[in-house]
Design a binder for this molecule. Sequence first.
Ligand SMILES: NC(=O)c1ccc[n+]([C@@H]2O[C@H](COP(=O)([O-])OP(=O)(O)OC[C@H]3O[C@@H](n4cnc5c(N)ncnc54)[C@H](OP(=O)(O)O)[C@@H]3O)[C@@H](O)[C@H]2O)c1
Length: 291
Amino acid sequence: MRVLLTGSTGRLGGAFLSLWGKDPEISLVSPGRQELDLSEPEHVRSFLREAEFDLLVNPAAITGLEECLDHPELAQRVNVDAPRVMAEVCLEKSAKLVHFSTDYVFSGEQPGMKTEEDATGAVNVYGVSKCAGESAVLAANEDALVARVSWLFGPSSEQRPSHFDHVLQRAVLGEKQHLISDKFSMPTLTHDVVQWVGLLLEANASGIYHLCNRGEPESWYSYAVEVCRLAGGFGDDVDLDDLVATALADAGFFRERRPVHTTMLPARMMAEGIATPRHWLDAAEAYLKMR
Ligand SMILES: NC(=O)c1ccc[n+]([C@@H]2O[C@H](COP(=O)([O-])OP(=O)(O)OC[C@H]3O[C@@H](n4cnc5c(N)ncnc54)[C@H](OP(=O)(O)O)[C@@H]3O)[C@@H](O)[C@H]2O)c1
């Protein structure tokens, strides 16, 4: 299978690159931003028309909430217009598109786990752009797969540490950390996402799927406590008393609104017998063993 991968310098794209890059059944190309700049959708169209691939995987996005707030036109081009063009070219070429989205498409006003059936209602520029990206992709190409993920962790470059890595690095240094305890989502291992995408492709799945590990909704604080507790079992020198719970309302450093209850359930994958994702703590343990 010939795969064209965007965003390979990112957290999720990096997982596809490292896992699929060494798969003898896959011929993978991963043009970087210099070759394929998603902020220029018409350049994306001509590049993709020239390229040869059976599958286009698009984890690239403007993912920073404050960056989207400050540059809404850029968010529109990269998160909405470029994915629409990808969907159109995939239709022309009879290639499959896997596009990634986020739990931030939900308003997060009501507690509880969100399934693919739940109504969206993003509360910030990033979420609105990702939601519009989903709609644009599926309107252009109903065979596309739109995979919503949340709170990714896993091996990544030092420039893009996840909450998991960041908390652990600081905990080992003995730093006191104030962590928000009243905003909830589902930590998810990037390598598991890559595996589920493989299974979804085998099942020729299309439409929206939630690709996340399972468990109870976690806050940034409870996530950090669990990571440090697990890492302590692997011999990391961490003190849980250095982790201090704080409220979202008291976090003065955010300029953009954060949705509160966006924990997803991978309901469709389970209902269709495609995969039953493991608990995120099992995935976290697997990641700690990978270090
Ligand atoms: N990380 C999470 O916890 C999380 C949670 C929910 C949803 N998601 C979704 O999951 C997907 C992957 O996220 P991630 O965490 O892997 O993102 P990330 O680490 O922020 O990486 C973003 C990638 O997009 C590329 N990119 C940005 N602008 C570009 C442009 N104009 N042209 C070409 N490439 C461009 C970046 O390239 P450069 O290296 O050149 O900047 C980078 O490779 C995204 O769709 C995101 O919305 C992520």
